[in-house]
Design a protein around this ligand. Structure first.
Ligand code: AMP
Length: 602
């Protein structure tokens, strides 16, 4: 019987992998078919009518012709073009605006990368593709790291509040819609791995209470946990930082079968107490391990407390990279598996090489999920005109080529992704920059490079999130030379209220350090921005010395709470790496305890 179940599992995994291999082998044709399906399904909707007028999609039988007619008649779009439509949907307009099927759910994209939340349509296709990519990714993972059927997953996942818009449409984050959907339950049944926490914990709406319960239940089932996961790596790091402070209380609850008074939501208390029982033996074992772990700065906590966990699985790329050091510290020898690539707008690619380290991970595009186009991006030398100082600071340093379909992308080339989705987005610029690393069959494997938007710019300087990340990484190495001193989180602001403008970088640090070290960190960051516009401006003093502000402990938690209070979910939270939001700046400045001004450039 045992053998048969194992056989069935293998069979299921082989099924989904062979399905993907098939569509990847035929990626170009599958993409054209996907475009046809989307256009036929939404034939006659207001948005498309405007561009395609009376062209009858059904009558264009040649797939290549359809692809080029579409690209020549429908323009590239951005979220600003979509906004009037999502607003009408939110207000209750049920006429076919962007899809023939009425949109009943709108997703709030985290927006923390852009500082503002965006509304994006969500439908059944969104949940289905989520289920499909999760199953596919699980199948690839289990080839390398097999897990036990019926085992548990310690999942740090959180729903945000779902609310109804004026027109009765349900709004919430994409992950919230997914956790509330049948697909989430189906995934557990089909992958035969079950989340430790009941639904009440995931959807409590209070991330502290959910984190406590996730940890408590994770400990209860510690021997059954097969892997530890979250959507973005931030949530795992956040959970273990909380664990460092709450472990004694957690052990007390395990010993007594009680539940901390922090948990004050009745339905959560009921659900958790329905699962737990007093377990003094387990509590003592955990306590002993924690006493040792505390002395070792919690190194390797995950395998020590979850001895059967095979790996940690989460998005660790892009804006999550700064948390990788801490995650590795908590993981010890346990493999880190970088999770898949997607956005609220559409899933994009799956990690087919779970063994590759997060720094090198690539994502194989799934050609049935959306119709993908790629805008080639070419670096240009700084476009600063030294004679008259003329520059458009809203643009970055890329020259764009004409968008190409998936079948025409080239290895080594960087592109911005453009999506046409089953949810009513047409040639929508996602704003992410990717590089084609190689091919899986005939579908590209992408490296996530960064979000295209410039974040730090005062005049002719152009720095993206990635540029800031590199600079902070260099300086934080100076900081971490001191034992047990680490950078917890960071953000920045281009301060142009006084002339000359300058960059302000906010750091929250843990541990002891001295002013000399921080002075050096500040200087190092200023000197490490390699952008030509920045270097020239610093030399000519048209940008002032970089300012490093050290904020008190807990400041970034306040920022998280500010976002959560505005409807964001911890599952999708990304610390904004640059902000001009007045509320955030107020928090940051009020919490600043030390300021340093760079002496680089004299
Ligand atoms: P959201 O709009 O909140 O769903 O966030 C989507 C954005 O998160 C994407 O456009 C990417 O910029 C980023 N993202 C998602 N998945 C990954 C990944 N695997 N690696 C890096 N960045 C990612």
């Amino acid at each position: 019987m045992e053998h048969e179940t194992e056989f069935n599992q293998k069979h299921r995994e082989t099924d989904i992998i062979s399905w993907f291999e098939g569509v990847a082998e035929d990626a170009a044709a599958v993409q054209r078919l996907t475009l046809r399906q989307i256009l036929e399904l939404n034939y006659g909707v207001e948005y498309l009518k405007k561009w395609l007028e009376d062209i009858k999609i059904q009558e264009i039988l040649d797939e290549n012709a359809l692809e080029s007619i579409y690209a020549s008649l429908v323009p590239l779009s951005s979220h600003a073009d979509l906004e009037p439509f999502t607003q009408r949907i939110a207000d209750g307009d049920t006429t076919p605006l962007i899809t023939q099927q009425p949109i009943t759910n709108l997703s709030l994209s985290s927006g923390t990368t852009e500082g503002r939340q965006k509304l994006v349509p969500f439908n059944h296709h969104s949940s289905q593709t989520t289920l499909q990519i999760f199953k596919l990714a699980a199948a690839y993972r289990s080839r390398i790291y097999p897990t036990r059927e019926g085992g548990k997953i310690l999942e740090f996942i959180y729903s945000s509040k779902q609310c109804k818009t004026k027109g009765g449409v349900i709004a919430g984050t994409a992950t919230t819609h997914y956790y509330a959907s049948d697909e989430f339950k189906i995934k557990q049944q089909q992958t035969k791995s079950f989340t430790c926490s009941p639904e009440e914990v995931i959807s409590s709406g209070d991330y502290r209470q959910s984190t406590y319960c996730h940890l408590l239940l994770g400990l209860y089932f510690s021997h059954e946990v097969e892997f530890v996961t979250s959507t973005f790596a931030y949530s795992i790091v956040q959970a273990f930082r909380s664990f460092e402070e709450m472990w004694k209380e957690l052990c007390h609850d395990i010993r007594e079968g009680s539940l901390s008074s922090i948990i004050n939501i009745t339905r959560v208390r009921k659900a958790v107490l329905g699962v737990t029982q007093p377990n003094p033996e387990l509590a003592s074992r955990i306590e002993n391990v924690c006493e040792e772990l505390e002395r070792a700065d919690w190194f390797s906590i995950v395998p020590r407390l979850w001895p059967n966990a095979k790996y940690i699985y989460s998005i660790m790329t892009g804006s999550m990279q700064p948390y990788l050091t801490k995650l590795r510290h908590y993981a010890g020898e346990l493999p880190l598996v970088s999770a898949d690539y997607g956005s609220t707008e559409s899933w994009i690619g799956v990690n087919v090489d779970p063994k590759s380290p997060p720094e090198k991970v690539t994502f194989a595009v799934i050609p049935t999920f959306s119709y993908f186009e790629f805008i080639p991006l070419y670096r240009q030398k700084s476009n600063y005109n030294y004679q008259n100082g003329n520059v458009n600071s809203a643009n970055d340093d890329f020259i764009e080529g004409d968008p190409v379909p998936l079948s025409q992308v080239k290895i080594g080339q960087q592109y911005e992704i453009v999506l046409t989705t089953f949810t009513g987005l047409y040639r929508y610029r996602l704003g992410d920059v990717v590089e084609v690393a190689s091919f899986y069959k005939k579908t590209p494997k992408l490296n996530f490079i960064f979000r295209r938007k410039l974040i730090l710019t005062v005049n002719i300087d152009k720095n993206t999130e990635k540029d800031l990340q590199l600079v902070v990484e260099r300086a934080s190495q100076i900081l971490s030379k001191a034992r047990r001193t680490e950078l917890i989180d960071f953000t920045s602001h281009a301060n142009v209220t006084k002339q000359p403008g300058h960059y302000v970088i906010y750091w929250e640090i843990k541990g002891e350090t001295n002013e000399r070290v921080l002075d050096e960190c500040c200087r190092e960051m200023d000197a490490s921005f390699v952008d030509h516009g920045y270097v020239v401006s610093r030399r000519t003093k048209s940008i002032g010395p970089l300012e490093l502000c050290i904020v008190e402990r807990g400041t970034f938690k306040k920022i998280l709470e500010y976002y959560i209070g505005n409807g964001a979910a911890l599952s999708q939270f990304k610390t904004p790496r640059c902000t001009s939001n007045q509320v955030l700046l107020k928090i940051l400045n009020a919490c600043t305890i030390k300021r340093f001004h760079s002496t680089a450039y004299g």
